[in-house]
Design a protein around this ligand. Structure first.
Ligand code: 5GP
Ligand code: ZN
Length: 111
């Protein structure tokens, strides 16, 4: 499958890893939109939030359960934003569900 994030998972595309376990990987975004910008992805190819169901939503729960710990490890425990872009109007460019974890400054209003 031609998926950049599956290639990051299998190591064929390198990434600067922040956290990894059996269900997820977190790595620094190649084009940061904030002083600290991490991408959190499941170790399962789920194209977008539209493809979530009762069975695979455990990956999302797991990612959120680790987000605070990851934020602390990259020094943004005072405040961060978690963003999921779903679909082209929202600016989704990689169709492997992911959650942007951003901080390191006072963040502006939503949208
Ligand atoms: P989206 O726009 O789909 O919500 O987010 C995709 C994100 O993945 C973008 O912020 C983009 O900079 C990041 N990205 C795309 N390709 C790569 C890559 O090869 N390595 C890393 N570290 N980030 C990537
Ligand atoms: Zn994938």
């Amino acid at each position: 499958m031609d998926c950049i994030f599956c290639k990051i998972l299998d190591g064929s595309i390198p990434s600067k890893k922040v956290y990894e376990d059996d269900m997820m990987l977190a790595f620094y975004d190649i084009q940061p939109a904030a002083p600290v910008h991490v991408v959190m992805i499941p170790k399962a190819h789920i194209a977008s939030a539209n493809e979530l169901n009762e069975e695979n939503a455990k990956y999302v729960a797991h990612i959120f359960s680790k987000a605070g710990e990851i934020a602390k490890s990259v020094g943004i425990e005072n405040g961060y934003r978690i963003v999921n872009n779903c679909g082209s109007d929202a600016g989704q460019t990689v169709f492997h569900i992911h959650f942007h974890l951003m901080g390191g400054k006072t963040l502006g209003k939503m949208a």
